[in-house]
Design a protein around this ligand. Sequence first.
Ligand SMILES: Cc1cc2nc3c(=O)[nH]c(=O)nc-3n(C[C@H](O)[C@H](O)[C@H](O)COP(=O)(O)OP(=O)(O)OC[C@H]3O[C@@H](n4cnc5c(N)ncnc54)[C@H](O)[C@@H]3O)c2cc1C
Length: 405
Amino acid sequence: MSRTEHVTIVGASLGGMSLAQELRRLGYDGRVTLIGAERTRAHYDRTQLSKDLLTGRAEPESLYLATEDEIAGLALDLRTGRRATGLRTGEGSATVTVDDGSSLAADVVVIATGSAARRPRFPSDLQGVHCLRSLGDGLALRAALADAKDVVVLGAGFIGCEVAAAARELGRKVTVVDVQPVPMHAVLGRVVGDHFTRLHRARGTVFALGTGVDGLVGDDQVRGVRLTDGRVLNADLVVVGFGGVPETGWLEGSGVAVDHGVLCDDAGRTDVPGVFALGDAARWYSPRHGGPVRSEHWNHVGLQATVVAENIVAGAVSNGSAAAARLDELPSFWTDQFGTRMQLVGAPAPDDRVHVLAGEPGESGLVAVYTRDGRITAAVAVDAPRALVRHRAQVAANAPWPPAP
Ligand SMILES: Cc1cc2nc3c(=O)[nH]c(=O)nc-3n(C[C@H](O)[C@H](O)[C@H](O)COP(=O)(O)OP(=O)(O)OC[C@H]3O[C@@H](n4cnc5c(N)ncnc54)[C@H](O)[C@@H]3O)c2cc1C
């Protein structure tokens, strides 16, 4: 039996459930309590909420990542529909307080509470205004899209663009508003960001770029969006795609360091012994970046779960002590829009140089690499997974560009 007897995981979605699975896979036979705020099974594929769920190509049942039997086989103390309200830390154990009035003391606590959709600064409490984070949000948006005429998406990030693509596929009029000059500019830079402007425009999406949102128009029901350049766009459905904020408010006063996410080393350990964090709620130290990074991408969460589980099982629960496992993976993510899949590996900066190696922005088959100071920092491919595999090792090695002949 390992030294840790009771692990309490807060957040029962991708990060929390993956960790429970990894602990059992590694032979951990102690008690595992999993507390999740969502009332239904939270272990579903959240990435489909802005994609196939909206177009009707996927139904909720197909999004679940494990069957009831598989979850039962993990022998968890599963508490769904319950929200952690606080964390007390002290000598050798930590105690989670729960909104049903109970308290749970554990040797190890893992924070896997993810993100919440960022709300706008202007009043947005009108009918027809949607955010997208949970399955419930996705189903509500899908129902609203069925009747909508004029859809305005606020924010041309990944989720905003995916929702816009789904709405266009459903035949709705769609306008996407963003202060950035091209979609996803802060992440992808101008050339690859412009790939998405072209992809969308060719399929009828209208963009209002380089302009902010001043507020919404309407009494009970939203009727329009007022832009900072003075224009008012008609809207009977508004989707707010302003990104996510880490769900860490419940940690106030716990002594765990939080700065736009729970700060962790590259083994997932916070500055409080026995307390870990992973997934969208966490900012892990990245040796590649030389600082903390909050990834907010699916691929990373599973990798982090494996690292955390290995450290718990090995008893390596204190930041600063030797770790049994550390994360040193290239960041990677994908986005699906209009039947095309863009994949990216690496960490581009918006001012990196972009070299288009194949295809054209706006088209399937685009392959490009990013370079900084003569070295490759990232590679991107649209419907060209083999090309990405070819460049992955170069990105991992931060290899000189162009490569030696
Ligand atoms: C619409 C959408 C589309 C996406 N598409 C992509 C994509 O194409 N590619 C990609 O790489 N990534 C994508 N992502 C990101 C990816 O889904 C996340 O990185 C991943 O879900 C993070 O997992 P997590 O477990 O850390 O957090 P979450 O999945 O957010 O889960 C956190 C869980 O914790 C619960 N919780 C919160 N607070 C408490 C509390 N106090 N007590 C108990 N429980 C609590 C929440 O209810 C939730 O169930 C997308 C995300 C969204 C929302």
